[in-house]
Design a protein around this ligand. Structure first.
Ligand code: F0G
Length: 468
């Protein structure tokens, strides 16, 4: 029975093709071809899983729901339980660390902060290595094994690295990681070291590491695991499927994500589009992407588009002006030349969403507010709540709208940032780029500094009283 329903999803014998996203080119390639950009025109690729509308969408929903209770180990993965919408055969060498199945929290304090009656946070930081990267790494490392690679490489601001290190080790592959030296949170670096990856620190920023990785991809023994790789996107798209199950298939009005290299926004856009094509949802949520002010090339481009250009998502601008020296304390998204910008822009425009930037102060305060909701996240993830507050103030998001923000990384990914915010010693990265300018302090509007107290009951009670 499950097999019959899986077929209803319905993949044909070949579970898909790789297709160039440039409509004028439209070249297709077999799934086994290890390419990351279209050999014909140089544009990025996406996977067409050749899904066809099931006759009974409810049966498909029930099929996935039943898998959560399955005893079959592969179904314990929140990614692999959607195998029938992924470009893999049933006998693939599945790599998994039981990713996915992440919580969807109500966040009343953050909602109030944004001027909304409700706000839900889908926390991808609850994945095995603490970030959303794990869903895509499960599929990418599986494809690396299928393609016979020996080594998986990535450029990273830290989270992709930690995730690749863990999943490559699980799959029995060597992992090599290119990090911008001195610009990665020690917690993320520690994870990569612990999972046994070869960590290569480069004098340069993330964009320089990314250029190097693309060169390395020519070597037949090497598999590139950045989100330029369309198999990464396939795993990451499953968050849209899981989210819709958690929303009882009621489409939220808005889904808001942070933007760095633009893999996550691409993946969510693809996931929702496939759900629509499968007849499992009846409209797209408005997908909005939030960048940090000092690293916001796509927000700049978006702001420059005319209403006519925004409506014509089949003819996207040819070029994105990169930010040469990106700056933000949200180091995860300190990226000036995002590789997947076109796919992400198309998804946002198609859905009627926005791409905007928020300041360092706005990110820091939003992050503290998410903490007050007992949830917490890393700084890059907090761009979402900062962005929602701005979009609500501008009228794009209505007070009663159904809004979901996707938090991408766990709070403990960057404890130094948190401590400095609460102690009142956090200073803005934007000022730091000009060595002669004094660092610009970030006011901890929700500061909660530790108190030094004498070791007596009376002193402790007095302290409690002061804070009541
Ligand atoms: N949030 C976090 C916590 C991230 O680590 C990243 C990206 C993003 C958001 C942005 O997602 O790139 O798909 O738009 N981190 C990458 C890395 C670049 O190397 O860990 P994106």
């Amino acid at each position: 029975m499950p097999q019959r329903l899986a077929r209803a999803a319905e993949k044909k014998a070949e579970p898909g093709v790789q297709r160039c996203v440039n409509r004028a080119c439209g070249a297709t390639y077999g799934l086994g071809e290890r390419i990351y950009l279209c050999p014909r025109c140089g544009e990025t690729l996406e996977i067409d899983c050749r899904l066809t509308r099931p006759r009974n969408p409810d049966a498909l929903r029930r099929y996935w729901a039943a898998k959560t209770a399955s005893k079959f180990p592969r179904d314990g993965s929140g990614v692999w339980r959607y195998l029938n919408v992924l470009p893999f055969e049933d006998d693939a060498p599945f790599v998994s660390l039981f990713e996915g199945h992440t919580p969807l929290f109500h966040a009343p304090r953050s909602a109030q902060y944004c001027g909304l009656s409700d706000l839900r946070l889908k926390h991808q930081g609850y994945n095995p290595t603490g970030s959303f990267k794990d869903t895509g790494m499960a599929t990418a490392m599986t494809q690396a094994l299928i393609s016979g690679a020996r080594t998986a490489v990535c450029a990273s601001t830290g989270n992709t690295a930690a995730s690749l290190a863990a999943y490559a080790a699980r799959g029995g592959l060597q992992a090599a990681i290119l990090l911008p030296r001195g610009q990665v949170s020690p917690s993320k670096l520690a994870q990569s070291l612990d999972y046994g990856a070869l960590v290569l620190e480069i004098d340069g920023n993330f964009d320089a590491c990314m250029r190097l990785v693309q060169e390395l991809g020519d070597d037949p023994s090497i598999y590139v695991a950045n989100s330029i790789n369309p198999f990464r996107i396939e795993g990451q798209k499953t968050v849209a499927f899981e989210l819709m199950e958690q929303c009882a298939w009621q489409v939220p009005d808005h889904v808001v994500v942070p933007g760095g290299n633009m893999g996550n926004s691409t993946a969510l856009g693809k996931g929702f589009q496939e759900l629509l094509d499968l007849g499992l949802i009846n409209r797209l949520p408005k997908l909005s992407v939030i960048q940090a002010e000092g690293a916001a090339p796509l927000a700049h481009l978006f702001a420059s588009l005319t209403p006519k250009q925004r409506a014509d998502f089949d003819h996207l601008p040819e070029k994105l002006a990169p930010v040469e020296n990106p700056q933000t304390l949200a180091t995860a998204i300190k990226i000036g030349a995002p590789v997947s910008w076109k796919k992400a822009l198309r998804a946002v425009l198609r859905s009627g969403g926005k791409i905007i930037a928020v300041s360092e102060q706005e990110i820091a305060d939003a992050k503290a507010m998410i903490g007050r909701d007992s949830i917490g996240c890393e700084p890059a993830s907090a761009t979402t709540v900062a962005g929602i507050k701005k979009l609500a103030a501008a009228g794009h998001i209505g007070r009663k709208d159904d809004v979901v923000a996707v938090l991408t990384g766990h709070a403990l990914k960057d404890p130094d940032y948190m401590i400095r915010y609460h102690e009142g010693t956090l200073t803005s990265a934007a000022a730091a780029k000009d060595a002669s300018a004094p660092p610009k302090p970030i006011a901890g509007a929700f500061q909660n500094a530790p108190e030094r107290v004498s070791a007596t009951k009376t002193a402790i009670l007095a302290s409690l009283e002061r804070r009541r």
